[in-house]
Every structure is written in C-alpha cells, then in structure tokens.
Ligand binder design. Structure first.
Ligand SMILES: C[S@@+](CC[C@H](N)C(=O)[O-])C[C@H]1O[C@@H](n2cnc3c(N)ncnc32)[C@H](O)[C@@H]1O
Length: 143
C-alpha cells in the first residue's frame, strides 16, 4: 500500500543510490559451476554455527502438512530440501550442472526464468536462497 492507499509502486526511488539509476546495478555472475567449493564451505559453516533451525526442514514440514506436493525446487543447489522430503514429493531444478550433479533425482537443468513445465504441474514451487541470483530479472520474467 502506498500513501494514497493504492498498491506499492515497484519502480526504483530516485534517492536510492543503487536502484535509482545514479550507479548502475552491478550484476555479480554466479560461480556455482566454476567454484562449487565456495557454496559448500558456506553451507558447512552454516551447519556448524547457525543458532536456529535450518530453514529447509521447516519449509519441508509445512509443504507436507499442507499437501503442497510435489514440490519443484528451483535453484535446488545440491538438494538440501530433498533431505527433508519423501523421494516422490520433489523435483530438482537448477541452471548449474555442477550443483545439479550432486542433487538427488529427478533433476532438470533449466533457467528459473523459463521453467519447462506447465503451470499446474506441481503442488508448490520452492526458491530457497535463490532470489539474490534472480535480482537481475524482473518478476514478470519468472514464469
Ligand atoms: C545459494 S544456492 C541455494 C541452493 C538451495 N536452494 C539451498 O537452499 O541449499 C543458489 C542456487 O540457485 C541456482 N541458480 C542461480 N540462478 C539460477 C537461475 N537463474 N536458474 C536456476 N537456478 C539458478 C544456483 O546454481 C545455486 O545452485
């Protein structure tokens, strides 16, 4: 809601130094194929030192409780969410061949912005820790 009661305006604010246009947004290319060790190190640090419960288990329990399966896990990485779901309740999708190779089957190599499925193919779609990589696309490009 904006001040006049209408829907929020998604266009960048002029006083936002990044989105406002004074400085072009820098796109950092993903390195999951070139340097998968970086992702694995980050995951290992989180496992060891995180103070709260990992989000993957929480999300999986909610999806199962609400029968929102099968789940399409977009940007599945190495399949962390799959560890918390029955094997027939999950399909992995990632653009990185390197990540996908370590994810459980079934797996699909594809772009999040051009999903190769009909709209009613899944009970739900998960995007966990992927949004940052999608910022360079506008929301209406994610089908
Ligand atoms: C930080 S990892 C998160 C992995 C997993 N969702 C998790 O929670 O452990 C981000 C993943 O998104 C994938 N990814 C990034 N951009 C993508 C895109 N445009 N289409 C599909 N996958 C993408 C990367 O290859 C990487 O495996």
């Amino acid at each position: 809601m904006n001040a006049s009661g209408g829907p929020p305006d998604p266009s960048p604010r002029d006083d936002d130094p990044i989105a406002g246009g004074r400085e072009p947004r820098k796109v950092i290319p993903t390195d999951y194929d070139r340097n998968p060790a970086r992702f694995r190190l980050a995951r290992a640090v989180l496992r060891r030192f995180a103070s709260g419960e990992d989000v993957h288990g929480l999300v999986a329990r909610r999806l199962l409780a609400e029968r929102l399966i099968p789940v399409l896990d977009v940007g599945c990485g190495e399949g962390e969410l799959a560890q918390h779901l029955p094997s027939d309740a999950w399909v992995s999708l990632d653009s990185s061949r390197e990540m996908l190779a370590r994810s459980p089957e079934p797996r699909v190599q594809a772009e999040a912005t051009a999903l190769p499925f009909r709209g009613d193919s899944f009970g739900s779609v998960a995007l966990l820790y992927v949004k940052g990589a999608l910022n360079r696309f506008s929301a209406d490009q994610v089908s």
